[in-house]
Design a protein around this ligand. Structure first.
Ligand SMILES: [Zn+2]
Ligand SMILES: [Zn+2]
Length: 268
């Protein structure tokens, strides 16, 4: 066994952050400069800006507002840089209700990293046709979207799958949804994720979690780890105050999952 195999995962990055360019960011101080200084304060060697993006070159029947087009997300360029910290240009995109992914092939080239969210299930009219009412429906879509994403031909080495245990799955009831997805289904899906080499996002607050919550919210990640998936951290911060305590939580998640450096998803 080489030395790196036993080396504890170093939380040295944050690959999911929004700035004022995302319409859901209402904090004027969440600028690229502020994000870079957050990264430096926490000793991160890389940080990635991932504002919401639906490529206007990708046609969709959904009711997307066109304010998250390329001119909008690229208005942050050039990103400020600092010695020892790479500031990467990324985006967070969605899959519409026809399972179309919101980035065209040519635009894919322009990003260092693309996060696809399969769990923005609250966006009826966009990601799902009609409003999801029950945990059963939400569980069906959770699985169906991930399955469909994995059938695509994408540059997997620079793709991440966002917040798989987010509250957006079903408002206030995500804890009822996740237990409906069996270990077997999770194993099949995460084995495929591991084959593709896609990054699995860790965006879950383990500090202060009860053991019951831990069983529900961490089970998918434990199974993903068993299947050989690679993980990256993402705070999904939309405001400066959300960046406080982030690194501490990343370290706590690392310990909860006993992650090693070999479990890390690395962007080139
Ligand atoms: Zn998201
Ligand atoms: Zn996000």
């Amino acid at each position: 066994m080489s030395k790196v195999n036993g080396m504890r995962y170093i939380a040295d990055h944050d690959y999911h952050i929004h700035s004022t360019v995302s319409l859901c960011c209402h904090d004027d101080s969440q600028t690229p400069e502020a994000i870079l200084s957050y990264a430096r304060r926490n000793g991160f060697t890389s940080v990635c800006l991932t504002n919401h993006f639906w490529d206007e070159k990708v046609k969709s029947e959904a009711d997307w507002c066109d304010e998250h087009d390329f001119s909008h997300v690229s208005s942050v360029l050039p990103l400020p840089q600092a010695e020892g910290t790479r500031f990467l240009f990324g985006a967070e995109t969605d899959m519409d209700f026809n399972n179309i992914v919101g980035v065209s092939r040519e635009r894919m080239e322009l990003f260092d990293f693309i996060i696809v969210s399969t769990t923005h299930l609250h966006l009826d009219g966009n990601t799902v046709k009609t409003k999801i009412q029950t945990p059963e429906e939400a569980a069906y879509h959770w699985v169906d979207k991930l399955e469909n994403l994995l059938k695509k031909e994408l540059p997997w080495h620079k793709i991440g799958i966002a917040h798989l245990t987010t509250g957006h799955i079903l408002k206030g009831r995500t804890h009822e949804v996740l237990p409906l997805i069996s270990d077997k289904i999770l194993r099949d899906l995460f084995s495929e994720c591991a084959n593709k080499g896609v990054g699995i996002e860790l965006n879950v607050k383990t500090i202060g979690m009860s053991s019951e919550q831990r069983d529900i919210f961490m089970r998918p990640y434990f199974i993903a780890k068993e299947c050989g998936c690679k993980f990256y951290f993402g705070s999904d911060s939309h405001k400066a105050s959300a960046l406080i305590g982030t690194k501490e939580n990343f370290d706590h998640v690392t310990d909860t999952l006993s992650l090693n450096e070999t479990d890390k998803f690395r962007l080139k």
